[in-house]
Design a protein around this ligand. Sequence first.
Ligand SMILES: [Zn+2]
Ligand SMILES: [Zn+2]
Length: 341
Amino acid sequence: MRTYFVCPAPPCPNGKLHLGHIGGVYLLADIFVRFQRMAGHRAHYITGADEHGTYTLVKARKLGQPVSEVAQEHIDEILQCLRAVHITPDVFVRTSSEIHKDNALAIFRALQEAGYVQIREGVQLYCEHCDEFVADSLAAGNCPACNSATDSNLCENCGLAIRHDTLCKARHTTCGHNLVLRRIEQAVFDTPRLARALDTAIGQSAWPEPIRDKAQAWLASDAQGLPMSRHFSHGVELLHPEDLFGQTLLTWFEGLWCFETGIREQCANDFLSAESTMHAPSTRLVFFMGQDNRFYYTVGVSGALLARGYPIPTTPRSRTSTRSKARSFRPVATMHFGPTR
Ligand SMILES: [Zn+2]
Ligand SMILES: [Zn+2]
């Protein structure tokens, strides 16, 4: 009997789910869970709400309501939408919950202890007009790779993770003024140090070719690592090291880590050790995601698993495969990709 943790990407609570969300990710995950249960395996549906994305914040500011109220209202709607199509998550993680904050900080600490987090000088976009640091969708401009309109986080057209110093024509979405760059100390995920091991693991993963190739190309072009923290009041706050005090974790790491909070919660409910379950040969981790979060699932989330000694998700090859190397590599997890829109 295998244990599947089936984890579709957490939606941002700034509205209802639409049919694209349901059809692209949540229904596929539900079908997968039901199929594995019918086949006699254990399968857990784990998702949640990414409350620290700036979309909820922007909506709350527009409505003049507290962020927590707006998030709660939309989380109720999201759960109602899932119930309407008979999808019942086993664990639904709110990223504003204490259990998730603790888990996100524990993952960050483990990455630090493993030597994959560097504290170094970086830059962050700043609005001199509003006198505040700006992050995520509060900064807009053009993608340095494809020139599409994008926020300061991730280009939804080409999938590139945007660095603040590369965003073209950066402006503050709140006031419309142009933004400047300010030097800050920040945590950076040392992906260059992990690059060789992650590249090898991705090469053996049997992910669909275009996904694998793109992830390996991103990895090869990332010479500086991925920023993990910034000055921003909304999110999971870092308490140490001192240089980062009061900064928050980048949502693309912290929000997606709700899958791991959910696994730990499910294991606690079942009186199982999360550590041994996540390492067990019979455990499979299955991600369902949209185009827009592909970069952080393939490089960020997979990298953060590998850096802490966990295997990255791999797609099992068919039994008729002639590649002996693949057979010797234990398929501990599967990764599925689908559009959200
Ligand atoms: Zn401004
Ligand atoms: Zn782009």
